[in-house]
Design a binder for this molecule. Structure first.
Ligand code: GUN
Length: 282
């Protein structure tokens, strides 16, 4: 029988721990504030931003909401970020991606003060991750490591295969697994013999962005499977990058969609906000 890794429960556990910490900080007169910026009104982004604000409210973190029109110029966005960088009352800055095409995403990410980079996307945060120095970790891969730890799954010495090489998930995921002493292979859409490589995995992390791409023919019996994808199927039901029904019986543990990795991303964002409030105080 396989273990269903319950991201909803584990994220609640983390949020409750953070809530207690925030209450303690409040007693010492410290308030935590996250600035959330959305440019345009992409419906998926609006849902994510709404969930982030709800999580702030639950934990006791203040949120400042900037809903900017689609036509906002890069200069206008950069000057807002600069203002928030300077504002001592703001601990974290989050710019929801994707941005409209006329705005250079890299320039925007680089403009955020690394001490307020709660998404962990700034080159300084990514560099610190690569060489094992302190810094904010990208929330989805950090959430996956937390899921594994809190489910009693050790990475040390294991064959870990990551499908996907994005800056947000695949690349930081590989580095974090390496940091946990895994033996890591990063694969992507142009990898030859993808199936054979996946079949070696003790831990398989799938972030390829294609619904039900991974079926049972990719899985070594007893592997741990982590599904980062989220898609709305033709039947209106949510599904991941993994064909859950076919794959689950061959695993020792698997994350469901929804209720697996998704809730962890927000829990780790909240964790980063609490950490951001400690910057310069210890
Ligand atoms: N768009 C999709 N995922 C993310 C995320 O983790 N952070 C931000 N800022 N935008 C995203």
């Amino acid at each position: 029988m396989y273990q269903i890794i319950d991201g909803k429960r584990i994220s609640k556990e983390i949020k409750d721990e953070l809530k207690e910490q925030v209450a303690e900080l409040k007693k010492q007169g410290r308030e935590i504030v996250l600035a959330v910026i959305q440019v345009g009104n992409d419906p998926a982004s609006s849902v994510y931003v709404g969930n982030k604000k709800k999580a702030c409210e639950y934990i006791g973190i203040g949120s400042l909401s900037y809903e900017l029109p689609e036509e906002t110029t890069q200069e206008e966005l950069l000057s807002l970020i600069e203002k928030l960088n300077q504002d001592e009352n703001v601990n974290g800055i989050l710019v929801q991606l994707p941005l409209p095409k006329h705005i250079d995403e890299d320039a925007v990410i680089c403009a955020i003060d690394p001490q307020k980079d709660v998404d962990g996307f700034h080159p300084q945060s990514v560099g610190a991750l690569c060489i094992g120095q302190p810094g904010f970790l990208s929330c989805t891969p950090a959430g996956i490591i937390e899921l594994l730890k809190r489910s009693g799954i050790s990475v040390e010495g294991k064959e870990c295969v990551v499908i996907g090489r994005s800056n947000i998930v695949g690349k930081p995921m590989a580095i974090l697994l390496l940091r946990e002493n895994g033996t890591v292979t990063v694969t992507h859409s142009r990898t030859q013999n993808l199936k054979e490589i996946c079949k070696r995995a003790d831990i398989l992390v799938v972030a390829i962005g294609k619904p039900k791409f991974v079926d049972d023919t990719y899985i070594k019996e007893g592997a741990v499977v982590i599904d980062v994808g989220i898609h709305r199927g033709e039947n209106g039901k949510l599904c991941g990058d993994v064909d859950y029904e076919k794959v689950a019986p061959h695993t020792s543990a698997i994350t469901p969609v929804p209720g697996g990795v998704g809730p962890m991303t927000i829990a780790m964002l909240m964790h980063n906000c609490v950490e951001a409030s400690k910057v310069g105080t210890n």
